[in-house]
Design a protein around this ligand. Structure first.
Ligand SMILES: [Zn+2]
Length: 74
């Protein structure tokens, strides 16, 4: 927990998942180049190198409803 994290006792299954659900504006690091932050494309977190997260649809749906992240127009 860090300053600004929201209070939520649920364990989402990993440190990254917990940060995504509890830390406003948090973006995970790229799985290939760990100094690069990913961006959210509406369905997964992606990197310019082509790396893409593989979170479950359930988790992404919860993430989007928590932060009211809009769908990205295709
Ligand atoms: Zn990358």
């Amino acid at each position: 927990m860090a300053n600004g994290d929201i209070q939520d006792p649920i364990d989402y299954g990993s440190i990254v998942r917990n940060n995504l659900m509890k830390r406003p504006g948090y973006m995970p690091y790229c799985g290939e180049a760990h100094l690069v932050r990913l961006s959210f494309d509406g369905t997964q977190f992606v990197c310019t190198c082509g790396y893409r997260t593989e979170f479950t649809e359930d988790f992404i749906a919860g993430y989007k409803s928590r932060w009211h992240t809009p769908e990205v127009a295709q």
